[in-house]
Design a protein around this ligand. Structure first.
Ligand code: ADP
Ligand code: MG
Length: 245
């Protein structure tokens, strides 16, 4: 399988705080990797480094054979192929759903209005919220807003999707509709790195689960191994705590 993402000895410091302490990770094209681990273990920082929302202190990031950490790298170009979905949706409140999904297509990809709208409506249709196109985000449920955020990312035709706890801000009854959209995306072959606490989703959809703690990858492997038969005490005690809730 061709490699989609390669992280080599990735470090990130915030002042004296070493949030990532040497991450090596390869993600293959079409692979779905779920990242689990306690709060503060560096999961969000890792995702944010992959698309250079955070600049790593040290190490190398290669996406699609493109070295993002090279000093001459064209980051705007590279970022276009990476979609990101956040816990808090991050839709623009003053724009309609349709405008939210067309604005980056217009500005970044320079698509004309008609093409951008067609693409937007196609994607909104796919995530099941096309009928909300003319609404403002505040009129939508959290689950609908998150599906719009996914449609917005997909409208840019990314090769890689990063999800940072996409269902953590949702009421429990709305989690399923977002996970269903993500599962279909995985089935369609999208390469995905998903930070999540949804262990059932990870077990079912992930090709690989990564357990992070203290800025390092402590354990990784097939979901059944990592989630049901973890080798390390740190993973064991984390999973015990998560499953108690
Ligand atoms: N911009 C920042 N400046 C300073 N510290 C940060 C910043 N972003 C994250 N951190 C710290 O880095 C650590 C890891 O954070 P984060 O990557 O958000 O962990 P996780 O997503 O696993 O909860 C935390 O201690 C957090 O407070
Ligand atoms: Mg986080």
């Amino acid at each position: 399988m061709p490699k989609q993402v390669e992280l080599h000895d990735l470090h990130k410091h915030f002042g004296k705080l070493e949030v990532l302490q040497g991450i090596d990770l390869t993600v293959e094209r079409g692979e779905v990797v779920c990242v689990i681990g306690p709060s503060g273990s560096g999961k969000s920082t890792l995702l944010r480094c992959v698309n250079l929302l955070e600049k790593p202190t040290r190490g190398k990031i290669v996406v699609d054979d493109f070295d993002l950490t090279h000093r001459d790298a064209n980051l705007d170009l590279a970022r276009r192929s990476i979609g990101m979905v956040f816990q808090q949706f991050n839709l623009f409140p003053h724009m309609t759903v349709l405008e939210n999904v067309t604005v980056a297509q217009r500005k970044v990809l320079k698509r004309g209005a008609a093409e951008a709208e067609r693409t937007a409506l196609d994607q909104l249709e796919k995530v099941g919220v096309a009928e909300k196109a003319a609404q403002y985000p505040s009129k939508l449920s959290g689950g609908q807003q998150q599906r719009v955020a996914i449609a917005r990312a997909l409208a840019m035709e990314p090769d890689l999707m990063l999800f940072d706890e996409p269902t953590s801000a949702l009421d429990p009854e709305l989690v399923g509709e977002v996970l269903r959209v993500m599962r279909r995306l995985a089935d369609e072959g999208m390469t995905m790195i998903v930070v999540t606490h949804e262990m059932a989703f990870a077990k079912e959809v992930a090709d690989r689960v990564i357990f992070m703690d203290g800025g390092v990858i402590v354990e990784q492997g097939p979901p059944r191994e990592v989630l049901e038969d973890p080798r390390t005490d740190r993973a064991k005690s984390f999973l015990q705590r998560v499953l108690e809730v």
